[in-house]
Design a protein around this ligand. Sequence first.
Ligand code: SF4
Length: 292
Amino acid sequence: MKIKEIQAKTILNHVRQPDDWFGLKYNMNLYRGCQHRCIYCDSRSLCYQIEDFDGEILVKVNAPELLADALPRKRVIGTIGFGSMNDPYMPLEKQYQITRKCLEIIAKNKFPIHIITKSDLMLRDLDFLKEISQVFCAVTFTITTADDALCKKIEPGSPPTSRRFEAMRILSEAGILTGISLMPILPYINDNEENIRSIARRTAENGGKYVIPALGVTLRDRQRHYLYTKLDKLFPGLSRKYIKNYGGDYFAQANDYENLEKTVDEECFKHKLKLRIPKYDPSPEKFQLDLF
Ligand code: SF4
């Protein structure tokens, strides 16, 4: 993969539609492209206009300066999201520390944040995460499979599930709000009850507070093409099944959808996990009520 340093023009985007999933007001992409190379990644879709998603990573080296300039001028305090089209803790972050520098600026300006990641590298930044959690900080781990071997196949560039759960435990013990995004669920790969039950149980055991499920996977243009190419190599015969069952569909629903949905509900109820992320609210009493 080529690495290219660039100077971005802006960094903090305003989220225009109300964001029901994560409650974001602002969003940042500090990198373009992603080293985690998940076989199902939606960011390969044409609509995001990332020409060479798997061949080149653009590093926005001036992002911290842009953020330091933009944040004090924002009149509305609202949650800043990290990690919508790349992972803010991909391996390159060890060297560049752009996410870390941005967290420092956010802590100074007292804004709330939400991070979504498949890495445990955020433990390096526990100091700033703790400081920001005085306002609001949620760290969501994407966890799609309880099985590290399967994880290696479908998310080859990211730390395995077991390390994500271990990081979740450390965050939770440090008082940081954390939970999981259970998506995508790929038909014939991770769409089984045992997987869902195991993930929910381990989320609770490691101090996670919520599970955000989406029981299926989008199949858009370049994303679909890349996924099918990988299926051919990793799960012989499966791409033919996908083509037969989903053709040009935009979305492939998990098999036995209703039953899996029921399983998610049952497991979350059993382990006292919420099916949504508690959102930032400037009133402390409201936040506490929402969480518990
Ligand atoms: S971590 Fe997220 S952005 Fe990166 S390849 Fe995987 S799905 Fe895509």
